[in-house]
Design a protein around this ligand. Structure first.
Ligand SMILES: Cc1cc2nc3c(=O)[nH]c(=O)nc-3n(C[C@H](O)[C@H](O)[C@H](O)COP(=O)(O)O)c2cc1C
Length: 386
């Protein structure tokens, strides 16, 4: 039911571990397979620095998970609440280390799921990308994902030439991971497809930096944080993925903010063939991979779908662009209203009164929808007065 062909790779399900720490060692990747992953993208491989040390620094501590002002509350992520994952520098595996890992993973006692190796060459140095791709194909990679951010400076745009150079070098599928949050996916994705990419992943969030502070200590968590993940960015990535899917015919892998089956389904309804998961593994453990796959299956059973193609891209035609304006709509209280009065606080047009838990809405209502969208008891509906 969940099996899928992704750029020529046969996956038992569409849930892929995204490139990061949860796929940084052979043991981690075995664990991902044991917990139901359809494939993994390894932590990105980079050449070591001039002194032979792995690129990327070794900040300690380097991760912090945020979902409430007072710290992490697991019950919130369990209920599907928002969280964000901050990180500082961590070391990138060298080609030598990755080749050893692939040797282990592709030999006896290895894994059966596809191992997509993420590579990251130097900015503007196409030979470095070509060499990394060659080394990884020779070492047994099933596909290559291009991590286009480069290390320093952080590159915030996609470079189609990298796709062409790598595609001309290897026979395995080549996936381009878009990281430029400010790029227009509808103009850039077609360039990547024309350059030879077999698939596109989006939206990687490395190009974003952020700050969070501990107020009592009057200090930022980290002096700098990049590569944020987590549910708070999902809506941005969903829009980005829709733009990719609307503009290319090659498969798309949706990443950012997936922590349950419905999150994955959202990406698929917008055209994604597979999804990738990172921060949710830190927050909930590898078991979240099976939970996500099970959640997709539960959605399909509920809707009567027998394959992922049955609903892939189904929401795209509903993205019609401009919203309807000037409709004769007003908010009306219904029988679910419990008189909590929350809508009174949020009305900017002073149209709502709540006296003795009895709510009324006057003709001053603009039909803006704030009360309707905030109402905790679904006690307000929008009615057409035409
Ligand atoms: C700690 C950490 C390390 C990451 N390392 C890489 C990396 O090496 N290569 C890469 O392409 N993306 C990397 N990413 C980005 C993730 O693959 C993913 O695109 C991002 O976290 C959004 O997904 P999420 O919301 O599921 O976390 C990293 C993210 C985090 C949080």
């Amino acid at each position: 039911m969940l099996s899928v062909n992704f750029a020529g790779l046969k996956l038992r399900n569409p849930v892929i571990v995204a490139s990061a720490t949860p796929s940084i060692t052979a043991d981690a990747i075995r664990k991902a397979e044991a917990n139901g992953a359809g494939a993994v993208v390894t932590k990105s491989v980079m050449f070591p620095d001039a002194s032979g040390r792995p690129t990327g620094g070794n900040a300690k501590p380097r991760f912090q998970l945020y979902n409430t002002p007072n710290g992490y509350d697991p019950s919130l992520t369990k209920r599907g609440g928002q969280f964000s994952f901050f990180r500082m520098q961590e070391p990138y595996p060298t080609p030598e280390k990755m080749a050893k890992m692939l040797d282990e993973l592709k030999g006896p006692g290895g894994v059966g799921i596809p191992v997509i190796v993420s590579i990251c060459g130097f900015t503007g140095d196409y030979a470095s990308w070509r060499k990394l791709a060659r080394l990884m194909e020779d070492a047994g990679a099933d596909a290559i994902e291009l991590n286009g951010h480069a290390w320093d400076p952080i590159v915030k745009y996609s470079d189609p030439v990298i796709a062409t150079v790598v595609k001309n070098e290897v026979k395995i599928p080549v996936i381009y991971k878009m990281m430029g949050v400010t790029e227009d996916p509808k103009s850039v994705a077609p360039q990547l497809a024309a350059a030879g990419a077999d698939a596109i992943t989006g939206l990687g969030t490395f190009g974003l930096s952020a700050i969070e502070l501990d107020v009592d200590n009057e200090s930022p968590w980290f002096s700098s944080a990049h590569g944020l993940g987590g549910t708070w960015l999902r809506a941005v990535s969903l829009a980005f993925v829709a733009g990719i899917a609307q503009s290319v015919d090659i498969p798309v892998s949706g990443v950012t903010g997936i922590q349950c089956g419905d999150d994955a389904v959202k990406y698929m309804l917008l055209g994604a063939t597979t999804v990738q998961v990172c921060a949710a593994i830190y927050a909930k453990g590898y078991k979240v991979l099976r939970e996500i796959a099970d959640g997709i299956e539960a959605f399909m059973r509920r809707k009567g779908y027998s394959s992922l193609e049955d609903f892939r891209g189904k929401a795209l035609p509903k993205l019609t662009g401009a919203p309807p304006n000037d409709l004769p709509i007003r908010a009306v209280v219904n029988e679910n209203c419990n008189g909590c009065g929350m809508c009174v606080e949020s009305c900017m047009f002073d149209a709502i009164r709540c006296v003795d838990r009895e709510t009324t809405i006057s003709e001053a209502c603009e039909g803006c929808g704030v009360c309707w969208s905030f109402c905790p008891s679904k006690g307000i509906e929008l009615r057409n007065f035409a």
